[in-house]
Design a protein around this ligand. Structure first.
Ligand code: NAD
Ligand code: IPM
Ligand code: MN
Length: 360
């Protein structure tokens, strides 16, 4: 029987609550399927670990994780630990160390999901963001001069390498070709006269290799406006690290909220493990109350199943989420319901059972 080694890092705030339900789902799927199993190792890394040890993860944490087939992460961040430390020493360290240069974030209005936009047909919001995930504005390069002095200066570099831009743009073109979809590139060449001019140039170069793919290039300010006014304009989207971060929270807002937005950090060459996580944070405002929405986490489990080659399971999880959304009886407060995280998790497993059994 095929065995997958999964590293689970629940992290902080609502992380353990949603990851707990996600792990139950993974174990349940393996049991139902019977042809593979998950060997899950949970790591207690995060802000509590930092306050005890002075580190977000052990020194050899990356080496430890490299032996796994995939990483499943909740959220990182706690109000009493500086965010740039907690995120740089755990989440961003994993994304960078494992060259997870593609961040795949679906922005799709699932059946039953609420939408704040007027006159939008369900099928109009169906995008797949390919966010550059290894460099750009998140390169971590810069300097802090004359700290604390009146002439203090900080410099934060955006680093856009040819290899880095080409590989993520080419990945997006391949996806667009595979699904027969349009590809939109989002940049800001009018103001960022080095990085984004370069991005646009590389996009145009690679476009020549894909004459069958319809394309559009938009400036990020206009793109934000069109995501709200004409969401049907977007299908596959490729953009830089920071723009992708911001636009996918906007995407979450128009497709059901943060409790429904999932993401996969992919190392396409499969040289290193990929990482699956909801895109929301640790939500300190609702942590510990058992009311966090686990549906985003379930969606990232679905992405993990796809990545491991079990697309049927990936699809079945999406069907379960859509049914829960459409029936409305078992939803957390962010979606207008009164169910707890655990209750939604339990309902999801029951639905998985029903759907799986009815397929046999
Ligand atoms: P957030 O995503 O944690 O919360 C924003 C809002 O959305 C809050 O009102 C929260 O209650 C709500 N929300 C988020 N997830 C929800 C869910 N599953 N169910 C119901 N409501 C949900 O963003 P923030 O408040 O800006 O950040 C909080 C902390 O998380 C910070 O430390 C930040 O750095 C960190 N963060 C971590 C990640 C990550 O680990 N991937 C992502 C974003 C933010
Ligand atoms: C996300 C988060 C992270 C990011 C933060 C917490 C570093 O906002 O995954 O969207 O900006 O990538
Ligand atoms: Mn974000």
């Amino acid at each position: 029987m095929k065995k997958y080694k999964i590293a689970a890092i629940a992290g902080d705030g609502i992380g353990p609550e949603v990851v707990g339900e996600g792990l139950k789902m993974m174990r349940h799927i393996a049991e139902l399927d019977g042809t593979f199993s998950f060997e899950i190792t949970e790591f207690p890394w995060g802000c509590d670990y930092y306050l005890e040890t002075g580190r977000m993860m052990p020194e050899d944490g990356i080496k430890t994780l490299s032996g796994f087939d995939a990483i499943f992460l909740g959220a990182v961040g706690r109000p009493d630990v500086p965010d740039h430390i907690s995120l740089w020493d755990l989440l961003l360290r994993i994304r960078k160390s494992f060259d997870q240069y593609v961040n795949l974030r679906p922005v799709k209005l699932l059946k039953g999901a609420p939408c704040p936009l007027k006159d939008v047909k369900r099928g109009d919001i169906d995008m797949l963001f390919v966010r550059e995930n290894s460099e750009g504005e998140y390169a971590g390069s810069g300097s802090w001069l004359f700290k604390g002095k009146p002439n203090e200066v900080v410099i934060q570099d955006g680093v856009f390498s040819r290899v880095g831009c080409e590989r993520v743009i080419r990945y997006a073109f391949e996806l667009a070709r595979k699904y027969g979809k349009k590809l939109t590139s989002i940049s800001k060449g009018n103001a960022l006269n080095y990085s984004m001019v370069f991005w646009d140039q590389i996009f145009n170069e690679i476009k020549e290799e894909y004459p069958d793919v319809q394309t559009e290039s938009l400036l990020v300010d206009a793109a934000s406006m069109f995501m709200v006014r004409q969401p049907e304009r977007f299908q596959v989207v490729v953009t830089s690290n920071l723009f992708g971060d911001i636009l996918t929270d906007l995407g979450a807002a128009i497709s059901g909220g943060m409790g429904l937005a999932a993401g996969a950090n992919i190392n396409p060459e499969r040289k290193y493990p990929s990482m699956f996580e909801p895109i929301h944070g640790s939500a300190p405002d609702i942590a510990g109350k058992n009311i966090a929405n686990p549906l985003a986490t379930f969606w990232s489990v679905s992405q993990m199943m796809d990545h491991l080659g079990y697309e049927e399971w990936g699809k079945l999880i999406i069907d379960v989420i859509e049914e829960l959304l459409s029936e409305r009886g078992m939803l957390t407060p962010d979606l207008g319901g009164s169910a707890t995280t655990t209750e939604v998790g339990k309902a999801a497993l029951e639905k998985l059972d029903q759907k799986f059994l009815s397929k046999r």
